[in-house]
Design a protein around this ligand. Structure first.
Ligand SMILES: NC(=O)c1ccc[n+]([C@@H]2O[C@H](COP(=O)([O-])OP(=O)(O)OC[C@H]3O[C@@H](n4cnc5c(N)ncnc54)[C@H](O)[C@@H]3O)[C@@H](O)[C@H]2O)c1
Length: 418
């Protein structure tokens, strides 16, 4: 194996942590048992660009159990867990190219190492693998059966590619499954973003003002979890409907130019660029902390922040304190990259169970239906999404009711009224 990992001797630690996560991933475990018997991915080369975490390791093991060869690189320079990368390389015959803290050049070298293996399926988180393949290796596109995409930002980029007529193969938008975005983005990002901020800073949230920029699936989770810890939460938005929902949930909604003056901790989760910019840093309080949990490190204009600072000091791991000319300090967490993956471990395994169950079933669906799928961005088939919800409930020991035949009839009829 020509892996490029930080230290192969970390494998033992990674192995134990991967098993710990596996215990929380019961739906994926069931799929893995079936894949072991049926081998639906026999001989398929999968190129995966994902956050290299213990949860991803369990997805990769499921794909390998299904008969696939998996080539894995990181979908963010800061999100790799080096022990997990080592264990996957040592134990599972997975080609891993990922090192936590790699620079941009290494990040793209690793991505290209995956593409050098000529994947037939791409599994992406943010669309960097797919866009590089389309831009730089058009000759390889015909070899690809299809792909899957994990996150909101990646799906937005794929839709733009389809709109521009450049997308060359079918891709399943795993993010669009209800059992993905309603849980992973909300409860996963909600908990792990707070976890990242607290691990990095050890600040008390109770009594502080937390500004959450963006009240989409992720923002809802971050805002509600920050409130749960006793913070006063302010939401900023550009979409009237989302802003209205935040108001009715009891959050204060303000334009960012006003929120910037009063916030203690800022979290961007918009998928947008320069949401926190120079004019906002100019008015922030001394001691303000800024963090991002959106996919790319563009939400906080960190170049402007660095440019304004007279001094930048790393005061703790993942905390860069920027001293302004007037003496105010603004701390940037995890270099403006996803704080939950940079400064903590990403989402808990129990929620990634559903996201990655969707990933595994989506790849199986692509391989099975390779002749019939249009070149387009597809949703996860509704029956697969429903299966994941059913299996998750049952793995949690939760029972629900069934419609009686009278109720089924009633719900399908129109004659009965007042
Ligand atoms: N940290 C993680 O682990 C994680 C997990 C899932 C998704 N993500 C990423 O988080 C980002 C958000 O994902 P989502 O699923 O919540 O998307 P979403 O589309 O549901 O929500 C984004 C919200 O941000 C708002 N917005 C856009 N520009 C804004 C601006 N300038 N100011 C204020 N609000 C603005 C939009 O109106 C929308 O309501 C994406 O980049 C996604 O890929 C990260």
């Amino acid at each position: 194996m020509d892996c490029d990992v930080k230290d192969i001797d970390l494998a033992e630690k990674g192995r134990a942590r991967i098993e710990w996560a596996a215990a929380e991933m019961r739906v994926l475990g069931l799929i893995r048992e079936r894949f072991e018997k049926e081998k639906p991915l026999d001989g398929i080369r999968i190129g995966a660009c994902l956050h290299v975490t213990t949860e991803t390791a369990n997805l990769v093991r499921t794909l390998v159990a299904g008969g696939a060869d998996v080539y894995l690189c990181a979908s963010n320079p800061l999100s790799t867990q080096d022990d997990t990368a080592a264990a996957l390389c040592e134990d599972d015959n997975v080609w891993v190219y990922a090192i936590k803290g790699e620079d941009n050049e290494t990040y793209y070298r690793h991505l290209n190492a995956v593409l050098d293996k000529h994947p037939q399926v791409t599994m992406d988180d943010g669309c960097d693998l797919v866009s590089t393949l389309h831009k730089e290796r058009p000759d390889q596109l015909a070899e690809v059966i299809g792909g899957t995409e994990e996150t909101t930002t990646g799906v937005i980029r794929l839709r733009a590619m389809a709109h521009d007529g450049v997308l060359a193969y079918p891709v399943i938008a795993v993010n669009d499954a209800n059992t993905k975005h309603m849980f992973d983005n909300r409860f996963g990002t909600g908990q792990s973003t707070i976890d990242g901020i607290v691990r990095a800073t050890n600040l008390l949230l109770a009594g502080r003002t937390v500004v959450v920029c963006g009240y989409g699936m992720c923002g809802r989770g971050v805002a509600s979890r920050a409130r749960g810890l006793g913070a006063r939460v302010i939401v900023t938005e550009v979409a009237p409907l989302n802003a209205l929902e935040a108001v009715m949930e009891g959050f204060e909604v303000l334009p960012i130019r006003e929120a910037a003056r009063v916030g203690d901790i800022f979290v961007t989760v918009t998928g947008d660029t320069h949401v926190l910019a120079r004019e906002h840093f100019e008015v922030m309080k001394d001691g303000a902390v800024v963090a991002n949990s959106g996919h790319f490190d563009v939400e906080i204009d960190k170049e402007a922040l660095a440019d304004m600072a007279v001094e930048v000091r790393r005061v703790r791991d993942f905390v860069d304190e920027h001293r302004m000319p007037d003496g105010r300090r603004i701390s940037l967490l995890a270099e403006g990259r996803l704080v939950n993956l940079g400064a903590a471990e990403g989402h808990p395994a129990a929620v990634m169970d559903m996201s990655f169950a969707n990933q595994a079933l989506a790849v199986e669906h692509l391989v099975k239906n390779r002749k019939d799928m249009d070149v387009a961005v597809h949703g996860v088939p509704a029956d697969l999404d429903a299966d994941v919800a059913r299996l998750k409930l049952s793995s949690m020991g939760v029972e629900i009711d069934r419609l009686t035949s009278e109720q089924e009839q009633y719900l399908a009829s129109w004659e009965q009224g007042t």
